[in-house]
Design a binder for this molecule. Structure first.
Ligand code: SF4
Length: 241
């Protein structure tokens, strides 16, 4: 990749536009249909930005998330590309460890997230140059050190996080102003939504990730964003091969 794109001082729409212009389908935005993801989806749709929007159907999502997928495709007119875990991986896992294995041990939980999320993500990112995400620094301890543009060696991509410094209030404000569709579970005291068996509603003052894997005390991550970026140079393009 020859281009050197300095994205550091751009606003999210400018960032996305520049990525679409220079990388096109070499860039992918991975959406889990969360609030932040819907904001980015709206920005891409509203500004006709040429990047693929992909999501992973883990097979265990809440009905409300599937409804939102349908809305994104039919009402927002987005060609949402849906990726799946490998059938053999799921069969082997379920037959050897049980259907609801994630409740039984941390190892099982990580194993399930790896099969249903991390491996499909690797497929999505294969042969890409740029990976756009909706993570925010405020969300978890692990995300505090993320950068808006960082090189992720494990996937050999540049990861771009346009909303990294947005607050939750700013996200809701954008959703409200632009009438962005969102998962109706957010109106039922959910603050973060993943797979149905691993997500629950929380109290008004609870941490926003507290409803995810609520039986665990450790890092509230599925592994998608645990591959640390190593970039200290914010000019996207270096090392992108
Ligand atoms: Fe499996 Fe739960 Fe992870 Fe979904 S969130 S992949 S069901 S452990």
């Amino acid at each position: 990749m020859e281009e050197y794109l300095d994205l550091q001082d751009l606003n999210p729409v400018e960032m996305l536009g520049k990525i679409g212009k220079y990388y096109g389908k070499g860039a992918v935005f991975t959406s889990s249909l969360g609030l932040e993801d819907m904001v980015i989806t709206d920005m891409i749709a509203r500004n006709n930005i040429n990047v693929e929007i992909a999501t992973i159907d883990t097979g265990r999502l809440p009905d409300e998330t599937y409804q939102l997928m349908e809305t994104v495709r039919s009402e927002m007119g987005i060609d949402l590309k849906i990726y799946f875990p490998e059938r053999e991986d799921v069969e082997d896992m379920i037959n050897s460890r049980g259907i609801n294995l994630f409740y039984h041990s941390l190892d099982n939980r990580h194993f399930c997230c790896n099969v249903r999320k991390v491996k499909p993500l690797k497929n999505i990112l294969r042969k890409r140059s740029v990976w756009i995400t909706g993570i925010r620094a405020e969300q978890t301890v692990a995300r505090k050190n993320a950068r808006k543009v960082e090189y992720v060696r494990d996937h050999n991509v540049w990861k771009v996080n346009p909303l990294l410094d947005w607050s939750r209030d700013e996200i809701w404000s954008y959703v409200s102003i632009h009438k962005v569709p969102y998962n109706i579970l957010f109106d039922q005291n959910y603050k973060s939504i993943g797979c149905q068996p691993c997500t629950k509603a929380v109290g008004k003052d609870d941490d926003e990730r507290s409803g995810r894997w609520w039986w665990e005390n450790g890092v509230k991550e599925c592994g998608l964003h645990l591959t640390g970026g190593v970039n200290t140079d914010l000019n996207l393009g270096k090392n992108s091969g």
